[in-house]
Design a protein around this ligand. Structure first.
Ligand SMILES: Cc1ncc(COP(=O)(O)O)c(C=O)c1O
Length: 481
């Protein structure tokens, strides 16, 4: 019998092209500093270089890689450049890339334990490893009442936490009946916007999200939280959820989790701790104080895809009471029934998040932790914090600039004293130069530059150059008529 016609790539071709892709990635990583950090393309430029319709006939693989180089690369903002200081990082590392590649190769969809036991069990195991690594409470361990799961993002984690808090506060009836407009959630005015989105999606409603005042360090005022909860209760409303942040996006402020936790215990509110970027710092014992009070939390998350050398997407989310989460999110249609689930002896992660299907993300996290070891991770995180502190000292010692917030870890919020327009110009000139990339926020109503040291390969020379370029641009702006 003759072979059936096939358009698939053969194993030999895959091997050859695979090597070429890995070589391309290795070369890309070596030459990354030669590209402008912020992509310089104009809107529509990438699309204009692409053919208007899909090819009828398949093309040689070499042509694909050529177009990656010619069309795609100019449209890439170089998140992996050591000169990337914008937003919070979304760093990666070679072991993580390889782990993700393996995950693609295995092509597992791990919605149920039975659809790939290793996908579930490795995830449970790695998340248990991380509990002592980060100094998190033992109740988050799978051997206790809780457990951890990998979500795509911190946004999904806070949504799951809010849903569980909503259900717990209504004795698990809102899933059935819907919300009646009386549920209230709380966060500080500096909390990430993902909570506002979660409040919209969860049916809490924006109007029922209370944004509590912050203190001079941009951290939530617990006494204001307590007052607001009392006021809402007196008005017949049902407070159900508080989000505390360890490392806010604007300024890296750390909410007083212990005090917030005590207030929430008193009123039986679900406390979620969002440590999206800064949680990684707790790998180092000297920064572990950022987790003070987390023992009072019902849930906690951080993003290895921000600062822990694990490529996007990877958010680790733990709950203290897995039953509450599962009861909130579980639905069991006939076609998903199976013996392992019925036995009650396994975790089915489909019940721990919004979507059903799930990738094998634990592989890349496992690779990262095993490659670096705890010591290796601590070394690089410590170094980033050290470099950021050095940068903060340079700012303090330059009369033209000022720090706009405390620098607890690796984010420096600073500004030129000449005002918003000057800071805006400095930032735009730097970003257009392609030499480095930083972004801004508003603190105390003033435009503030943010520089975050967290890219995998950022070294002293990159931070020194950033400071030199900032001062050069400041001098140019000062010389303008
Ligand atoms: C404190 C905090 N929470 C949540 C998020 C949202 O992260 P994600 O993209 O994982 O949803 C961010 C993003 O920077 C953040 O800084």
């Amino acid at each position: 019998m003759s072979e059936e016609k096939s358009f698939h790539m053969t194993s030999d071709e895959f091997r050859r092209h695979g090597h070429a892709v890995v070589d391309w990635i290795a070369d890309y990583r070596d030459r990354i500093e030669s590209f402008p950090v912020l992509s310089q393309v104009k809107p529509g430029e990438v699309r204009a270089a692409l053919p208007p319709s899909a090819p009828l006939e398949g093309e040689p693989f070499a042509a694909l890689l050529k177009d990656v180089e010619k069309i795609i690369l100019p449209g890439i903002t170089q998140w992996q450049s050591p000169n990337f200081f914008a937003y919070f990082p979304s760093n990666n590392s070679a072991p993580s890339i390889l782990g993700d590649l393996l995950s693609s190769g295995l092509g597992v969809q791990g919605m149920l334990w039975s659809t790939s036991p290793a996908c579930t069990e490795l995830e449970t195991h790695v998340l248990d490893w991380l509990v002592p690594m980060l100094g998190l409470p033992e109740k988050f361990l799978s051997s206790s009442t809780g457990g951890g799961v990998i979500q795509d993002t911190a946004s999904s984690a806070v949504l799951c936490a809010l849903l569980a808090g909503r259900e717990r506060a209504t004795n698990f009836t809102s899933n059935q009946k819907g919300c009646d407009g009386r549920l209230v959630a709380y966060a500080s005015s500096e909390t990430h916007s993902s909570l506002e989105k979660a409040a919209m999606i969860a049916g809490i409603g924006r109007a029922n999200l209370r944004l509590i005042d912050v203190d001079e360090n941009f951290a939530m005022r617990p006494e204001a939280l307590a007052r607001q909860i009392e006021t809402d209760k007196r008005a017949g409303l049902i407070p159900c959820f508080v989000c505390a942040t360890v490392g806010t996006t604007s300024s890296n402020a750390i909410d007083p989790v212990a005090e917030i936790g005590r207030i929430c215990r008193q009123h039986n509110l679900w406390v979620h701790v969002d440590a999206a970027m800064s949680g990684t710092a707790a790998l180092c014992p000297e920064f572990r104080h950022i987790h003070d009070g987390v023992e009072l939390a019902d849930s906690y998350c951080f993003n290895p895809h921000k600062w822990m050398f694990t490529n996007f997407d990877c958010n680790c989310f733990w709950v203290a009471d897995r039953k509450a989460l599962i009861q909130t999110l579980s639905i069991l249609p006939e076609y998903l029934r199976n013996q392992a689930t019925e036995s009650g002896a396994v975790i089915d992660y489909r019940d721990w998040h919004i979507q059903l299907g799930r990738r094998f993300r634990a592989l890349k996290l496992w690779f990262v932790i095993r490659h670096y070891g705890v010591e290796g991770l601590q070394h690089h995180i410590r170094r980033h914090v050290q470099l950021a502190q050095r940068f903060a000292d340079w700012v303090k010692n330059d009369d033209r600039f000022e720090l706009a917030a405390a620098v607890p870890l690796n984010l420096i919020c600073f500004r030129h004293k000449a005002g918003d327009a000057v800071n805006q110009t400095i930032m735009e000139c730097l970003n257009h130069s392609g030499d480095l990339y930083l972004t801004h926020t508003k603190l105390d109503g003033k435009l503030t530059l943010r520089l975050c040291v967290g890219q995998t390969n950022t070294q002293e020379r990159h931070v020194e150059r950033a400071w030199r370029r900032i001062r050069e641009e400041a001098e140019k702006v000062a010389a303008l008529p």
